[in-house]
Design a protein around this ligand. Structure first.
Ligand SMILES: [Zn+2]
Length: 203
């Protein structure tokens, strides 16, 4: 299936979470699907992420130079990222046995696809031109481990996507208010409407 990589699909607020969210409706076995099944979609994701995550990327351009080889590596990073932060956000604690596989995959990615870093910022050094998605995702996942970030990772109450809550008071409930917030509102409205109907004697 062809995916248009719209701004909504970058609601994670961090590259590693946008990648985690390439699995749609992860907690619904009947409807879940993986937008990265087709390696060509990973290339298109990287292209869109270059624009939507430009500040996190130090304005470098994301590339996937060998998609069939990169795919299983990126998917493994994605699954380790999701496993760690989803269980943590759901109240399962910050567990070393979930941290360890993520750290191993990040180390392998940064070794295989080296990046220039800086002492001042989580972002890769500017002016590198093309950087590989795999190592940029690893760097993003590592930056999410900082306490100020990991304490702000949430699970969307509508679609189950992970996102970094950058709101001032940390009370954001949806990955994207204009999509998931509105769907929940419509659902509540519908339930109220049905309750009123039932209450007034209409079937
Ligand atoms: Zn959502």
């Amino acid at each position: 299936m062809e995916t248009i990589w719209t701004p909504h699909r970058f609601s994670g607020e961090a590259l590693a979470l946008d990648v985690a969210n390439s699995v749609v409706l992860r907690t619904d076995p009947a409807r879940t699907f993986d937008r990265f099944d087709d390696p060509a979609q990973i290339v298109r994701f990287a292209d869109a992420a270059s624009r939507f995550r430009s500040s996190e990327l130090g304005d470098n351009r994301l590339v996937v130079s060998d998609p069939p080889v990169a795919k299983p590596r990126i998917v493994a990073l994605r699954e380790a990222t999701d496993a760690l932060f989803r269980s943590m956000s759901a109240g399962g604690g910050f567990r070393s046995d979930r941290l360890s596989p993520l750290l191993a995959l990040c180390a392998a990615a940064l070794q295989a696809r080296p990046l220039a870093l800086t002492a001042e910022s989580d972002a890769p050094a500017r002016g590198q031109g093309d950087i590989e998605l795999e190592s940029a995702v690893a760097l993003s996942a590592l930056s999410l481990l900082e306490p100020r970030n990991r304490a702000r990772i949430r699970i969307c109450g509508n679609c189950g996507w992970l996102y970094l809550d950058r709101s001032r008071n940390g009370s954001r409930k949806w990955c994207d208010m204009s999509v998931c917030g509105n769907r929940q509102k419509a659902r509540r409205h519908y339930r109220r409407f049905r309750a009123d109907e039932a209450g007034s004697g209409h079937a």
